[in-house]
Design a protein around this ligand. Structure first.
Ligand code: 26W
Length: 808
């Protein structure tokens, strides 16, 4: 580690120095925000040293590198993580103290870098942390959105979206690289001269690099997240226009620069808009130029590109990179098509993150012709070669070829980005064992028949640095005292906790920490919702994007059942519960927004009803994001992972919650299955239909009304919601929502799983009453989570997909 580590005195001095010289304020008068900026500057200097050293070493070693291409990086805050990586935590705490501040409050002033929607974006951030920690020569590439994920406010129980100007006050963490800028072209037409293609583009924008340093832990190595900002080309410079044309000039400039303005706040429904396609190509084109430039500088030839470069596609969002690399190799470097194609396939690999057919990206051929005419030609040529090959595999089977084709010809012709990604990659993976298995059996079955060895599984993971060490300092301290500090870099060490399950003193300490975390969460709830909740109650937590397939509504059906049951049997010895929801709905997703409103309406009635006081509360924590999650995860008792079996690709919140000692109530879906295998059947509550049962129930003709008619408890719940019991001022408000279950097919089978879900919730109560037993199982959960470190995941990617050897 760093021999030049700063002493506490150095840090305090550095902070005052930066207050004076960088922030521009008298140290004695610094506000918490100014202190945050100054502490960040101290860390930034150290990171910068490590960055320069790492880059030099990797250049000298002519290292093979992995480039992780992703439209989303949900980083959250950086200060706490940077201080931990630099081992400056104690010094910074002392420095803050000298200014009569708690480091925690100082760190709270940093806005989240919320450059992502949900699971996929946060996974990318955990992966960067692990790549740096494992010392893998690596870059993340993405977009420097001016506005990240919208901020969620709740007004009268409804979600209201606000822009997220996270850069408004600048960020201490980025390094603008004024020298690193590439042109990115759009539109126009293609001329063919002999076998040469010449792209006559209509427009051009500059991509400017802004780097974020990604520190490794337990190592001096750092990695880089390079984000591209769109800047109008020099000839659109405002100064070039006379005053009369200034407004028009500004408008033209905006037409170029809007490419990197805002993250599409939609997960799982493709945007389908031209600006989104431009975003995808913009960051891919800049990244490919940067990668090839670096390669040529180090090696002077592209012949060995595939030996030195791995590019990973985080879902299909960067899939146009396959066509772009072919274009650059063939059109700009004169490489033969077959040679270029061999290199391209060895360079790329692709992760699929969802089975939902409606989430598979396709672009109209006409739109691609308009925005990327040369790429469309290249895609057609790739397709022709590919279909010629596939035709030999099953001669005469036109259905097979139609399904494999990169072009969907069934209606308006569209380019299938998943098909392009599979054909252009040497490996394709899913994100949990079940998901990877379903990929080759369902949506990618035809490709798997052609290329069985191309498909593999890489079960997701989360970084223990952020999701345990940083989020849960209480538990981290207990682990340090019990196991030593090594678990941060080797999460399998948690296994040794199994021996502590029967240790009464350990259990007590473990549960005292949980209790303190619940008190902290209760404070957050009081501050953000005004609702007082009791930390002694069971904290039942469902936090994730609001989606029908994730079934927040099923959770709510249980809440209403419980409410009615308490009213009917007030003295049945109920375990006091606080049911906690958080999550954002895509702004255009009406049903998801309606579910948020229903959660609030149910909360209004339940939380004010004196008959259930002390037994049941329902809260919705606004503006869920990385920082809010860091408060919620450590304070949960019960983790709700209740998606319809076969719909949640993996889930990663399930891992964060179990790692922090929550017990899971969940379906046999995504990574829940592997969590069960790792923590043991007795330490998890699995219920409901399994994937094959879901398939056969739907095939047999699912009739939700049958469940309504045969289960009086369910009927009472649905009748209450539909009849306006929770919306007395507008009794018909939820009629449509209930009708979508009863008459609209209940696509996600809530009613089919309702009975076993409610029963299982009673088993949860029973266990919670035996507090010692509950503690023992919560400990077993932490002990079993070693496999879900993103370090394990990244090691597997490195060895099995990228052909790299991570540090031992
Ligand atoms: C093009 C629109 C769009 C945007 C985002 C389509 C699909 C997505 C993502 C696939 C949504 C997503 O975040 N998926 C989640 O990825 C996580 C990381 O692998 C998994 O744990 C979740 O189960 C999966 O829903």
């Amino acid at each position: 580690m760093d021999k030049n580590a700063l002493s506490p005195t150095d840090i305090a001095g550095g902070v005052d120095d930066h207050l004076l010289k960088t922030v521009g304020v008298a140290p004695a008068q610094a506000t918490p925000t100014e202190l945050m900026q100054a502490v960040a500057q101290v860390a930034r200097e150290q990171l910068s040293r490590r960055w320069v050293a790492t880059q030099a070493r990797e250049r000298n070693e002519q290292a093979r590198r992995v480039y992780y291409l992703s439209m989303e990086f949900l980083i959250g805050r950086t200060l706490g993580n940077a201080l931990a990586a630099l081992d400056l935590g104690e010094g910074a705490t002392a420095a803050a103290q000298q200014h009569a501040q708690k480091l925690e409050d100082v760190a709270d002033r940093e806005p989240d870098a919320a450059l992502g929607n949900g699971g996929l974006g946060r996974l990318a951030a955990c992966f960067l942390d692990s790549m740096a920690t494992l010392g893998l020569p690596s870059f993340g590439y993405g977009i420097r959105y001016e506005y990240g994920m919208f901020a969620q406010d709740i007004q009268n129980g409804c979600q209201v979206e606000y822009p997220d100007p996270w850069l408004a006050n600048g960020t201490p963490w980025e390094f603008p690289r004024s020298g690193v800028s590439y042109p990115v072209r759009f539109g126009g037409w293609v001329e063919h001269h002999g076998d040469k293609a010449l792209w006559r583009n209509a427009a051009e924008v500059a991509a400017k690099a802004h780097d974020m340093v990604i520190p490794g832990h337990g190592t001096n190595k750092v990695s880089t997240l390079r984000l591209w900002k769109a800047v109008a080309p020099a000839h659109i410079d405002l100064h070039a226009f006379n005053t009369g044309d200034y407004a028009r000039a500004a408008g033209v400039k905006n037409e170029y620069e809007n490419i990197s303005w805002v993250l599409y706040p939609n997960d799982s429904t493709p945007a389908g808009r031209e600006l989104r396609l431009r975003q995808e190509y913009f960051f891919v084109a800049a990244s490919v130029q940067d990668i090839l430039g670096r390669h040529l500088e180090e090696h002077g030839t592209l012949a060995n590109l595939a030996d030195k470069v791995a590019m990973h596609l985080n879902d299909t969002h960067p899939a146009i990179a396959v066509a772009e690399l072919m274009r650059v190799l063939c059109d700009e470097h004169g490489m033969a098509w077959a040679t270029a194609w061999g290199i391209t396939q060895r360079v790329f690999s692709y992760t699929n993150h969802t089975l939902m057919p409606e989430a598979l990206e396709t672009w109209p051929v006409a739109l691609m012709q308009h925005v990327l005419p040369r790429h469309l030609e290249i895609i057609f040529r790739i397709n022709q070669d590919f279909l010629d090959f596939a035709a030999k595999f099953r001669p005469g089977d036109m259905g097979f070829l139609a399904r494999l084709s990169l072009i969907d010809e069934s209606g308006e012709r569209r380019v299938r980005m998943a098909n392009l990604s599979i054909v252009g990659s040497h490996k394709v993976n899913g994100v949990s064992a079940l998901h990877s298995d379903l990929l080759v059996k369902t949506i990618f079955a035809d490709f798997a028949a052609l290329w069985p060895d191309r498909f593999t599984n890489m079960t997701n993971g989360v970084t223990p640095r952020r999701w345990l060490a940083q989020a849960n300092p209480g538990l981290a301290g207990l682990l340090d005292r019990t196991l030593g500090a090594k678990w941060r870099l080797d999460l399998d060490q948690l296994q040794a906790l199994r021996d502590q399950r029967g240790n009464a003193a350990f259990r007590e300490e473990f549960m005292a920490i949980k209790r303190a975390n619940k008190a902290r969460l209760a404070e957050h709830i009081a501050r953000t919702t005004g609702i007082a909740v009791d930390p002694a109650s069971l904290f039942d937590v469902q936090v994730k994007r609001i989606h029908e397939y994730k079934r927040q509504l099923l959770n709510l059906l249980h809440v209403v059942s419980r409410y009615q049951a308490i009213l009917a049997h007030p003295n049945a010895g109920w375990v006091p519960r606080t049911v906690i929801f958080a999550g954002k709905a895509a702004s255009s997703y009406a049903m998801a927004k309606n579910i948020i409103r229903l959660i609030h309406d149910v909360g209004q009635v339940v939380n004010r009803d004196p008959r259930v006081a002390g037994l049941l509360k329902v809260v919705f924590i606004p503006n869920y994001g990385v920082s809010v999650a860091e408060v919620i995860m450590p304070g949960a008792d019960l983790s709700e992972q209740i998606s319809t079996a076969g719909t949640e690709a993996s889930g990663t919140g399930n891992m964060k919650l179990a790692l922090n000692g929550a017990l899971t109530i969940g379906t046999d879906d995504g990574a829940n299955i592997e969590i069960r295998q790792n923590v043991g059947d007795d330490n998890i509550f699995i219920f409901g239909l399994k994937t094959p049962e879901v398939v056969s129930l739907r095939a047999a003709g699912y009739q939700p009304m049958r469940y309504y008619e045969s289960n009086p408890q369910l009927k009472q719940v649905l009748d209450a919601i539909a009849g306006g019991a929770f919306s007395p001022e507008e009794p018909g408000r939820y009629r449509g929502l209930v009708d979508s279950l009863l008459w609209g097919g209940d696509h996600y089978l809530l009613l089919a799983d309702y009975g076993t879900y409610v029963e299982t919730q009673l088993r949860v109560d029973a266990l919670y009453r035996q507090s010692g037993e509950w503690a023992s199982r919560a400990i077993a959960n932490v002990a079993g989570m070693g496999a879900f470190s993103s370090d394990r995941t990244i090691r597997e990617y490195a060895q099995q997909i990228w052909g790299m050897t991570p540090a031992p």
